[in-house]
Ligand binder design. Structure first.
Ligand SMILES: C[S@@+](CC[C@H](N)C(=O)[O-])C[C@H]1O[C@@H](n2cnc3c(N)ncnc32)[C@H](O)[C@@H]1O
Length: 248
């Protein structure tokens, strides 16, 4: 692949076009995002998110940055852990996703100590050593320059802070992988068409999962960005993995 191209699902596109294409996907799905998540995963994404937050070991009073936070599932969980003495920034590059996240946080009565930021995970506008924990849930896959994003996260974490990456990953079991492929490439676009009137975005979802670095590759990328004690936890045979790394 040449220097100026990248993946958008299975397609190779000019790097500068990917962010706009990703934006179009989330503009299109924002209204049905939560209902589709529940439908596609039969609600299991809620459990994955709880596990990711458990692995972050955040304590009362800590400062958390939820990147690519969308409709705010992780933010809500973190906010309950850090309490009103702590602080969570719900952030996303997409205004529509962020607006829905903000409305939801307010509706859940969690608005105190939550701030909102429309930002690109590649260029974090925070001083060095700002956060105790940074999370990115089902977001890194969509970022054009993952290395830049990881470097930026490392910089914005306090010493002793940890990064949590929750993302689809590589399925280990051969039989499960075949069933999962069938589900991803046949059922997901069908559900997307039926519920969100958008098969293409859900085809992108399936393709982008396959193109995302697997568990070991992502761990190596985190180490390259400077993170230490990097490890990952496979959920459901690797359908999803939680990566954790520390800045010391
Ligand atoms: C699949 S959603 C995940 C939302 C939420 N974290 C969750 O787990 O439900 C992916 C989100 O990543 C956001 N996103 C894509 N590229 C981004 C970037 N470069 N920086 C920040 N957010 C980005 C999208 O706008 C979208 O809201």
């Amino acid at each position: 692949m040449s220097e100026n191209t990248t993946h958008f699902g299975f397609r190779t596109v000019p790097e500068h076009e990917k962010a706009n294409m990703v934006r179009a996907v989330f503009d299109s799905v924002a209204g049905k995002y939560d209902v589709m998540n529940d439908l596609m995963s039969i609600g299991i994404h809620r459990l994955w998110k709880r596990i990711a937050v458990d692995l972050a070991h955040v304590r009362s009073g800590e400062k958390v940055l939820d990147l690519a936070g969308g409709t705010g599932d992780l933010t809500a969980l973190f906010r309950k852990r850090v309490g009103a003495r702590g602080f969570v920034v719900l952030s996303d590059i997409n205004a529509e996703m962020l607006r829905r996240g903000r409305d939801r946080i307010i509706d859940d009565g969690l608005a105190e100590s939550v701030a909102y930021a429309q930002i690109d995970a590649e260029k974090l506008p925070f001083p060095d050593d700002s956060f105790d924990c940074i999370s990115i849930g089902f977001g890194l896959r969509n970022v054009t320059h993952k290395d830049k994003a990881l470097n930026s996260m490392y910089r914005a974490l306090k010493p002793g802070g940890r990064l949590i990456v929750l993302e689809f990953s590589e399925v280990h079991n051969e039989l499960l992988r075949k069933a999962y492929d069938l589900y991803s490439f046949k059922v997901l676009p069908f559900l997307g068409k039926l519920v969100a009137n958008d098969a293409e975005s859900y085809r992108y979802l399936a393709e982008s999962i396959r193109m995302h670095p697997n568990q070991e590759k992502l761990k190596a990328m985190m180490e390259k960005a400077g993170f230490e004690r990097c490890e990952y936890f496979d959920l459901m045979q690797g359908i999803v993995a939680v990566h954790r790394g520390y800045k010391f």
